[in-house]
Design a protein around this ligand. Sequence first.
Ligand code: HEC
Length: 149
Amino acid sequence: MLKPKAPGLAIAAFLAIGVVAVTAQDGFTPPATPEEAVAMRQALMREDGGILRSAGNLSGAEAVAAMTTLRDNYSHIPDLFPEGSIVGDTKALPAIWENWEAFVAIAATGQAAAEAGLAAAEAGDAAGYGAALQTLMGTCGQCHQQFRS
Ligand code: HEC
């Protein structure tokens, strides 16, 4: 109310970001602030958890979609942990940046597993798809144990 123009500007900025985002490979725009990084990575983690809860029962196009999202999400993990982004209600540990190579290696393992799971889903290879899910699920605890409080 005190700044009647602010909402319009906010919407314009939001739309501008949206336009940039659709030009990115899969609509991903890296976070602009530490706060945004925390919110984005927490949302991504929750999405991955939701997918993995049901992924074992999927096949065909649904399995392909699940693996595509997991692959894209895992590929974004490094970008969502800019150095020093320990703000607000984050549970990220400083160990992430002290062991950056190990941290991104776990993310890369998950990304590669999702890529393999995607190929298996496309080929109707249930065993390969299941194996990829197992590897993916292993990366959750592997990373949380070392890098989340
Ligand atoms: C490469 C490291 C890494 C991998 C892999 C990883 N996580 Fe996380 N996860 C984290 C970190 C670090 C946090 C804390 C983020 C924060 O609070 O800023 C977190 C937070 C979470 C949260 C809490 C989100 C919230 O709302 O606060 C959930 C749920 C979660 N992860 C689920 C998963 C699941 C499920 C998987 C496997 C599919 C997974 N994570 C894989 C590092 C990882």
